[in-house]
Design a protein around this ligand. Structure first.
Ligand code: TYD
Ligand code: MG
Length: 452
């Protein structure tokens, strides 16, 4: 017997509750709990299928060598862990308008041209709109099949009949199953659609890309609701006003996470940026105070970014602190270290710190850069443009070791830096290099002494 009941879901994380709440107890987001009608089937206690269950041991399973298939976009291959794995389910999340449809259509074209059977299913755009986008991206031969459909049953039927090797679903929030009474985009619809696609992917060895919009209001389920169901989760980030976009791997069952791919949005679609450091440092000011370049590891790749700080007297009783591209709490902590350990009176100063280019970095290795930029602005003394500094700053003002020193220093050298300020505890891991002076510092005071 089937009966309908009301369930409340958090559209941010998928948390389920029997009654409405203002704040989700799981992810702490406000106003994200929404009501959905779901049909509950009474348990019969019997298996519906009559097939015998066969158990296997590891030795019984024979592996054919998994061939990862290249998308011809090296930056995308990198975040996927080397290419597309057959039978994998990949979620591509991001804000609306960031470029998810564009990158996937480009991928479809590349795969189609490489001889793969590709099906692009759009629930958001008409065939004409897809054609307009395709015309911007470049020449398309008859290698990608298109379908505008939102009904899951029809999509399943088409995929079973056509048996393509790669399918794109744009977007999961528009898909609906007639078996579920709630509206498209609700948590139960989005989960059901993903479950059906997961079965198709694993059963027929099809690689499926799912687009998921990051939503701001609480009625449409966001991509986090299905992160646990898919093999790989990629997020597309970027400043709407800047042209570059970062594709970040958040979860990957077939490769390492934390890898990023950098792209630039141009008139003709997304173009790969194979040297992000050069791109990020492009056009930086020379001889200005409050600026310094630091290095962050994004996966296996070092990326140099410029940190800018502006410290000025506050006009109100309460000093303002603003951080762009980094955690504000981290900035507050580093300023407290400067106050207490170095006796700098920053209490009556506003501080604005920005990572130029709009990149977001969470690695603590940029701490030393942030501290030096703040002191440079506070003292109105510039730091040479050929200096690069990195290291984690501890609460007693010590500069702590960071990993992958050699690749960071090599990247600095490649881009023409002449001085690297690095943690003293890393002594011995680096070899002396020509044209590159390495200054080892044990604490923040030593770094300031050496540069300012
Ligand atoms: P889109 O891929 O539609 O975003 P999403 O699918 O994530 O919602 O990207 C749309 C944006 O990209 C839009 O603002 C226009 C811009 N764009 C370009 O600048 N150049 C291009 O060649 C294309 C296709 C889009
Ligand atoms: Mg789109």
């Amino acid at each position: 017997m089937a009966k309908e009941k009301s369930v409340f879901y958090c559209t941010e994380c998928g948390f389920e509750t029997a009654k409405w709440m203002g704040q989700c107890p799981s992810c702490r987001a406000w106003n994200t709990i929404s009501e959905e009608r779901v049909t509950v089937f009474a348990k019969t206690g019997k298996r519906s299928s009559k097939e015998e269950v066969v158990l296997k041991t590891i030795a019984d399973i024979s592996l054919t060598k998994e061939e990862k298939c290249s998308t011809s976009l090296a930056e995308l291959d990198r975040v996927l862990g080397g290419g597309i794995v057959p039978g994998s389910l990949v979620l591509v999340g991001g804000d609306p308008g960031i470029g998810k449809s564009t990158i996937l259509l480009q991928t479809c074209r590349n795969l189609g041209e490489a001889g793969k059977q590709v099906l692009y299913i759009s629930g958001e755009e008409s065939l004409k709109q897809i054609k307009l986008r395709a015309d911007r991206i470049g020449s398309f031969r008859d290698c990608v099949k298109l379908l505008c459909e939102t009904n899951l049953a029809i999509i399943e039927e088409v995929i079973r009949k056509e048996k393509p090797q790669v399918v794109v679903i744009d977007s999961i929030q528009t898909m609906f199953s007639e078996e579920i009474s709630s509206a498209p985009g609700s948590v139960s619809q989005v989960r059901e659609a993903t479950a059906v696609l997961l079965q198709l992917a694993k059963g027929l060895e099809i690689s499926i890309f799912i687009v998921g919009h990051v939503t701001k209001e609480g009625t449409v389920a966001g991509p986090r609701v299905l992160e646990h169901m898919v093999d790989t989760v990629l997020y597309f980030e970027g400043d709407r006003h800047a042209t570059y976009r970062v594709l970040r791997g958040v979860k990957n069952r077939f490769g390492s996470t934390n890898e990023i791919g950098v792209f630039e949005m141009r008139e003709c679609g997304l173009v790969e940026v194979s040297n992000p450091s050069e791109y990020m440092l492009n056009g930086r000011p020379v001889g200005e105070n409050g600026c310094i370049v630091t290095c962050s590891m994004e996966g296996t790749r070092p990326i140099l970014v410029e940190i800018q700080a502006l410290v000025c007297k506050t006009n109100f009783g309460f000093p303002r602190r603003q951080a762009n591209g980094m955690d504000l709490n981290r900035l507050n902590l580093l300023m407290a270290v400067l106050e207490k350990r170095l006796g700098m009176s920053l209490g009556d100063c506003d501080a604005y710190v920005n990572i130029a280019g709009g990149m977001r970095i969470n690695e603590p290795a940029i701490d030393l850069g942030i501290v030096l930029a703040i002191v440079s602005s506070f003292r109105n003394r510039p730091i040479s443009e050929y200096v690069l500094a990195f290291g984690e700053v501890g609460l007693s003002g010590e500069v702590r070791a960071v990993g992958q020193m050699a690749s960071r220093v090599a990247e600095a050298r490649k881009l023409g830096f002449r001085v690297c300020v690095v943690p003293a505890s890393c002594k011995g891991t680096l070899t002396e290099q020509e044209n590159l002076r390495i200054i080892y510092v044990a604490n923040v005071a030593e770094a300031i002494e050496a540069l300012l």
